[in-house]
Ligand binder design. Structure first.
Ligand code: F1P
Length: 301
């Protein structure tokens, strides 16, 4: 794969978008006016999305509620239960056209104030919400999401008071760091998270499935001990995003599987996994920009 200064880690859309994340995160962290559009502290919030956007909703929900800003529930848009006294809906969608997200907002009929975080500000979503946070600079040409998802989470983390500068620096390092060939060859991956990183673990697993047709699973770290560890074996990988529970490394290594963790910000660790997904796709002769059976936006007939 040729590399050029404009395409530091490859020529696919996914490569370009993946590599632009540190700058996009810094930009989102500076969008203070937009962050003020998000529900006020104390509001009961439902966050909805599909696929990658749902996983970002999970991370935000955990961070918002655990930092004392009020009840925050994340829903796959198709499963949302909105009659639970919510004060606000936050809808996350890169395309702004995903059927289940539009349907849940239609059903809401503007009863509950809704805020949309969207990549395409000319999409149908904007007519169904009361406020729009548009991130056109994080929109993507690749079907497989990288930049929009993490930039949305960067904006949301920043709105809760996080300083994203070290996360952005970690992401730059993760983009430049070479990938261990053993990870490109591994047979299976189980991604684990805890608290806000459970959503990131699910996203890491989805990325590897979408881009590289890889066999992946994902769990809350403590749940991994309750059955999924049976999959651990030589040639397979268990990968923790964030801090691992005491003893987990030893338990995983006893199975013969490889245990991976790092001191990077977990969002930057996700960037490393995105890069791994890209390299595994290339190693298998796949075009990461053309994932099997998937389109940029899932629009149901
Ligand atoms: C949601 C989604 C993505 C998936 C693919 C199809 O899109 O399911 O998570 O990777 O791109 O669409 P959106 O609602 O965020 O546009």
């Amino acid at each position: 794969m040729p590399t050029t200064p404009e395409t530091p880690i490859g020529t696919e859309h996914m490569a370009l978008e993946l590599a632009s994340q540190p700058e996009a995160w810094r930009r989102a962290a500076g969008m203070l006016d937009e962050q003020r559009l998000l529900p006020a502290s104390g509001a009961r919030v439902a966050v909805v999305g599909c696929g990658t956007s749902w996983f970002m909703a999970q991370s935000y929900a955990w961070l918002r509620e655990s930092s004392g800003h009020g009840t925050t529930d994340a829903y796959a848009a198709s499963e949302a239960l909105l009659d639970r006294g919510y004060d606000a809906i936050v809808a996350i969608t890169r395309s702004g056209t995903t059927t289940e997200v539009l349907e849940v907002l239609h059903r809401n009929e503007r009863r509950i104030p809704a805020i949309g975080i969207v990549g395409d500000a000319s999409s149908p979503l904007v007519d169904l919400v009361d406020e729009v946070i548009a991130l056109p600079f994080a929109d993507e040409r690749s079907v497989v999401q990288t930049r929009f998802a993490t930039t949305t989470l960067a904006l949301l983390r920043s709105s809760l008071g996080a300083d994203l500068s070290s996360a952005a620096a970690d992401a730059s390092e993760a983009i430049d760091a070479p990938i261990d060939p053993g990870l490109i060859e591994a047979e299976q991956f189980s991604f684990l998270g805890s608290g806000w990183t459970v959503g990131l673990a699910h996203e890491a697993a989805l990325k590897m499935r979408e881009a590289a047709q890889s066999w992946t699973e994902s769990y809350p770290a403590m749940e991994y001990r309750h059955g999924p560890i049976a999959i651990g074996a030589p040639g397979r990988v268990t990968w923790m995003l964030g801090d691992a529970p005491a003893g987990l490394r030893d338990e995983v290594e006893a199975t013969g599987a490889r245990f991976v963790e790092s001191a990077r910000d977990p969002m930057a660790e996700l960037v490393r996994i995105q890069k791994l997904a890209l390299e595994r796709a290339r190693a298998r002769g796949l075009n990461a920009d053309e994932p099997r059976n998937l389109t940029r936006s899932v629009i149901l007939g």
